[in-house]
Design a protein around this ligand. Structure first.
Ligand SMILES: C[S@@+](CC[C@H](N)C(=O)[O-])C[C@H]1O[C@@H](n2cnc3c(N)ncnc32)[C@H](O)[C@@H]1O
Length: 208
């Protein structure tokens, strides 16, 4: 498979709007940030996939973590840059994940909140494996995906500016197997609820 370009272009169109809507930190994400920072011992260099509006990176930095912000959507990357932040356009399925600020040094952790939902089921193992390769032994992973079965296509907008998002749902056992096969040791997969009926599987894992 390959990256769904309609989804990426849809985020490009609404980046500012999305950033404003997602600016408030959900309670379950705040809990994950606490755990992640504790596991990192309050320092380290982290690769963030799908930074979006940048909410989580700011919080991680407040807690002493150095974050490389990245997104596959140039709309989000430009938005972050306009705020004076460094951000890189990056597709975790195909592009080099190495840290340009620290060549040859793996990351201490990966933060991938609510973004791997857009990776096709058959590609998730590849992405998780590439993230593992970019992380030091014992480094930490946070990733969250939607809980459920199958895929969905969500359409918004109008004929002049159509938006189309593809999402993949996961059950815990398949997700756990994909993580393990990709080189992660799963510590916990928590069930979290965002908005009503918005169910997430939130992963805590370390690099084998
Ligand atoms: C629901 S938003 C989450 C943004 C941010 N992490 C947050 O929690 O607010 C989904 C994010 O995934 C990114 N994305 C879309 N397709 C992707 C893909 N194939 N691989 C990785 N990220 C993708 C989007 O650009 C967007 O930043």
């Amino acid at each position: 498979m390959s990256t769904d370009r309609n989804t990426v272009q849809s985020y490009d169109m609404v980046a500012a709007e999305y950033a404003a809507e997602a600016a408030a930190m959900p309670e379950w994400v705040a809990t994950e940030i606490d755990l992640f920072v504790t596991e990192l011992g309050g320092s380290g260099r982290v690769l963030e996939i799908g930074s979006g509006g940048g909410r989580d990176a700011l919080e991680l930095e407040k807690r002493g973590i150095s974050v490389r912000r990245t997104d596959i959507s140039k709309g989000f990357v430009e938005l972050l840059r306009e705020s004076g932040l460094e951000a890189d356009l990056l597709d975790p399925l195909t592009e080099d994940l190495a840290d340009p600020q620290r060549p040859g040094t793996p990351y201490d952790g990966i933060w991938a909140c609510a973004c791997l939902i857009h990776v096709a089921r058959q590609d998730l193992g590849t992405v998780l494996g590439r993230l593992a390769e970019a992380t030091r032994t014992g480094g930490r992973l946070h990733a969250s995906v939607r809980e459920g079965d199958g895929e969905d296509v969500c359409t918004h907008g109008n004929a002049a500016a159509p938006r189309r998002y593809v999402g993949t749902y996961w059950r815990e056992s398949a997700l756990r197997a994909a993580l393990t096969d990709a080189g992660w040791i799963v510590s916990e997969i928590r069930r979290c609820v965002g908005k009503p009926h918005d169910r997430w599987l939130s992963v805590r894992a370390s690099r084998a």
